[in-house]
Each structure stands twice: as structure tokens, then as C-alpha cells.
Ligand binder design. Sequence first.
Ligand SMILES: *Cc1c(COP(=O)(O)O)cnc(C)c1O
Length: 224
Amino acid sequence: MPVNKEKYQQIRTELDAKKVTLVAVSKTKTKEDILELYHLGQRDFGENYVQELVDKAAQLPKDIRWHFIGHLQTNKVKLIAPFVQLIHGVDSLKLLKEINKEAVKNNRVIDCLLQIHIAQEETKFGLNEEELELLIGQLADMPMANVWVAGLMGMASFTDDMAKVRIEFKRLREVFDHHAKLQTSNLKPQNLSMGMSSDYKVAIEEGSNMVRIGSLLFGERVKK
Ligand SMILES: *Cc1c(COP(=O)(O)O)cnc(C)c1O
């Protein structure tokens, strides 16, 4: 499946006008595919699998900003800590501590988004609102100089029912607005990462400022 350059230009124009960051989700796609968008000016790319991200980052231009959008295991943090731009799916204090530890070793500050569970579907990933409150409280008590909680991330239910998706995004936006007022030494919520190929327009209407789009740009993925 070829990269859809026309679609890219169209989405990019639409998002630039609204000051929404486009993360091009390149998981399972080749280096050549990524370079096609890179040559059109795209710099933010998102990957879900640690080893794939590490391999691609080593072989592609150094000014690419790599976003890790998958579920990150603590034992893999060290592999991406030297270069990752933003880790979208953080959902535990344990993981934050590990990211901080590896960030210290690399002499960097690593930006993270806390993943909030907004979909009705059951999933192991993401914090509910109570857990979010708890984690933010713990963060305030525990100075971690090398991580920066830069916002929230969420995924709506996997459904064609856009009314339902809208309600879920609206809720995440409310949670984000509530926390955007709270700013502590390592909490500064600025990014609200919500919206994918099927629902990014609704997400932006509901206040997203960062969307993660894969298949619209790169074509459908073969299931891994
Ligand atoms: C794969 C993925 C995306 C992109 O999905 P598309 O439907 O291809 O746009 C966005 N966010 C996350 C967390 C993903 O895993």
C-alpha cells in the first residue's frame, strides 16, 4: 500500500490551521514509507513496539521526533530513553519512576502523557479518574526532576458510533481542563493526545491538540 501523499497534505493543512500536532503513526511501516512523509516535512512519528522503534530511529534522520504510543514495559524503558521525544501511554507510578531513572542516566528530561481510560470497552491499559488523582498526588510528593508530565492521552471506543466517541472525548477534555490548572514542579499539562484515523475530526472538535494518525496516511496495516 503506497503512502497517501495527497491525504497527508490535506490533513496537514487542516491540522496546521488549527494548531494541532500530527503524529504520523508508522508502526509496521517501512523506513522508505517514513522517508516519503519526512521529505514532505513531517517530523513527528509514532511507534508502538520498542524494538521496531529502536531499529528505525537508528536508521532514519536524527531530527525525527519519535513518539512512543504503545504500552511500555518498565524493562524496555532504557532502550528508548536516549532519544524518545514523548511517551504517550504512561499509566503507573512505577513506570514514571523508571522513566525518570533512565532519563537521569541519559541526562535528559523526558516528556510523558498519562493515559486515561475513556472507552467503555474493557482494557488493561489506562488510568481511571480516581487513579489519575492518586497518581498526580503522588507525583506532587515525589520530586522527579527528569520527567515532565506534559498532558493526557486517551483512546475512544472502537466503534462507528461517533456520538459515543464524542462523549468519551468530551469527558477526557474535561479531565484535562481540570488538571491543566494544577501545575507542580513536574506536571505541566499542555498536550491532549486524542484522535486517530477514524475519529480525529471529532477529537479536534472536542479539544484535542495532538492526533495520532496511521492508516489514513500509510494505508491499512497488516495485523501483527
Ligand atoms: C495504531 C495506533 C494509532 C493509529 O491508528 P490509525 O487507526 O491507523 O490511525 C493511534 N494511536 C495508537 C495508540 C495506536 O496504537
